[in-house]
Every structure is written in structure tokens, then in C-alpha cells.
Design a protein. Structure first.
Length: 293
């Protein structure tokens, strides 16, 4: 979630299509287009990406979803061939909660997660006792809390982690109160709260610019790999040549990356993380989540 848009109240239907494989130049049903689920299909770079894929003989259909909770179940159920909207932590939480085994097949970019305010110009200006909103999905909730801690607005028990919750806030040591909202609603909360953590996918829709963030995390930190965004597929598709080619097209097409940077306000840091490393990171995060019970 983008590093974003990322998240979990899952009611997962049975897995219907684990065995779907590439057919012709695409991997969709009966040789149809490869269906890729995204959150934010109106971003112009998706049209550029589709054209670049077509030039390589791959017909792609971008399927838009309005909420982060929807693309993974759709992929699980065989309604999609791939999705590209989430980071590793989000996927790990989905797999553990649903009992599924979706996998990463390629990396895209990592994005900083920002804190925004329409009332205050800096975190120092936010008064004690004010309320700050963060996304309510588990992965971005934890990441949002870490941003607030680094900004000096909250203190988290044990220094915080990728699994911190509201219960880990040390109220006596924290400057602000924290409330949670569905990720798409944090921008609309700005008139009513001192500040809000807003996923990159929703910054432009809120009439904000990325440089308006008054605090953010550091995507260049090696420990941030669990927050790299990925293309995800069903288990068994890790060697699907069409899917791997689609990842390469995203990673290597300059016009696509230029479009991503335009939409992200030049905040995207593109990464070509080996799939083996992505899988290792996913397995570790899933193990950590399971250990938490």
C-alpha cells in the first residue's frame, strides 16, 4: 500500500482457479486478456502499461477496485490473473487470515507513507491531546503508528514494529490521540482531525500534493523491504512466463515509470528485488504474524 493502499476484513470464498495457466499470448480464461487487479485504474500510467504489454504481444485488462480488501479475494477466486496494489506485509496478513497462499512474482516500487494536515504546517504545531487519523487495515495501521512515533506524536511499547496496534500506544508518553478509518476515508477526515496518515493512492484525490506531507517514513531503509509493492499471483504461477514478462515490462518501460513518478509526486523508489528475496520476506512476515497468534 501502494505502499498503500493496503488491508483486511476478509470474507474469502473457496479457491476456484489455482490451475489457471498461460494460454496463447495471455493468461486469461480461454486465451483472453491477462486480468490485473489494481486500486486506481484511472492513473494514466496503466494505459501506458497496457499499450507497452500489447507491443510485446500480451493483451492486458486492468480491473479497478475501490477498496484494498477486494483484489486478493478476486485473485484467489480466479477472477483475476494478477494484482498489483499491495506490499508484502499486506499480502502476508491476507494469506494468514484467509489460509490462502498467494505469492509475489515481481517487485514494482516502494513509497513513503505520509502524514498530512490542512490545519497545521508541522508536527510541532499539532497541540497535545489532538486527534490524528490513520488507516484501519492492520498493515498500514502499524506502519502509520511507526510514522507517528518517528514524528514524536506517539510512543509505542517496545519501540513499535510492523505488528503494532492501538493497544501498543503508551498514552502517558504520547502527544496525540489516534483514531482509525478505512484508508479511502482518511483524506476526508482532515477537516475534523489535526492530521491524517494518507496512502499514496488517495493523496491526489484529496487535492493534496506529496510535498504537503508534514512527516513520512524512509523507503530507502533496508528494513523497509516488507513494504515494497508487488505483483501477486496464485501459488504455482511463479514461473509463468507471461506474468514474469509483464513484471519486466513494468520495471523496464521508461514511459510507465515516468507515469508512476508523475502520479506519486516523484516519491516512488523503483526496486528490482529478486523474487526469491520477496518470497523469503513474505515467509518471514507470515511466520511472525502466526507467532503472534
Amino acid at each position: 500500500m501502494k505502499l498503500s493502499r493496503k488491508i483486511l476484513a476478509v470474507a474469502v470464498a473457496p479457491l476456484l482457479a489455482l490451475g489457471m495457466a498461460a494460454c496463447g499470448s495471455a493468461a486469461g480464461d480461454e486465451g483472453g486478456p491477462v486480468k490485473i487487479g489494481v486500486v486506481g485504474a484511472s492513473d494514466p500510467y496503466w494505459a501506458t502499461y497496457t499499450e507497452a504489454a500489447k507491443a510485446e504481444g500480451i493483451d492486458v485488462e486492468i480491473v479497478d477496485f475501490g477498496e484494498y480488501t477486494l483484489p486478493n479475494p478476486a485473485l484467489t477466486e480466479g477472477e483475476l490473473d494478477l494484482n498489483q496494489f499491495q506490499h508484502i506485509v499486506y499480502l502476508a496478513r491476507y494469506n494468514v487470515a484467509s489460509g490462502e497462499d498467494l505469492i509475489p512474482v515481481g517487485s514494482t516500487a516502494i513509497y513513503p507513507l505520509g502524514l498530512y494536515s490542512t490545519q497545521y504546517d508541522s508536527v510541532e504545531d499539532i497541540p497535545a491531546g489532538a486527534t490524528v487519523a490513520i488507516p484501519n487495515d492492520e498493515s498500514n495501521l502499524s506502519r502509520g503508528l511507526l510514522v507517528l512515533q518517528s514524528a514524536g506524536l506517539v510512543s509505542l511499547a517496545g519501540g513499535g514494529s510492523a505488528f503494532s496496534t492501538l493497544d501498543d500506544i503508551e498514552e502517558a508518553k504520547s502527544k496525540v490521540k489516534v483514531t482509525t478509518l478505512e484508508a479511502s476515508l482518511t483524506p476526508t477526515s482532515l477537516p475534523d482531525v489535526a492530521a491524517a496518515i494518507i496512502n499514496n493512492d488517495f493523496v491526489g484525490d484529496a487535492g493534496l500534493k506529496f510535498e504537503d506531507a508534514i512527516a513520512q517514513d524512509d523507503p530507502s531503509d533496508p528494513a523497509a523491504i516488507p513494504y515494497v509493492n508487488i505483483f501477486a499471483a496464485r501459488a504455482g504461477e511463479e514461473n509463468n512466463e507471461t506474468y514474469l514478462k509483464l513484471v519486466e515490462i513494468y520495471q523496464n518501460t521508461q514511459s510507465v515509470q515516468d507515469g508512476v513518478q508523475e502520479v506519486s509526486g516523484n516519491t516512488a523508489e523503483f526496486l528490482k528485488v529478486p523474487v526469491e528475496d520477496l518470497s523469503t520476506s513474505l515467509a518471514k512476515v507470515q511466520k511472525d504474524i502466526e507467532a503472534l497468534g
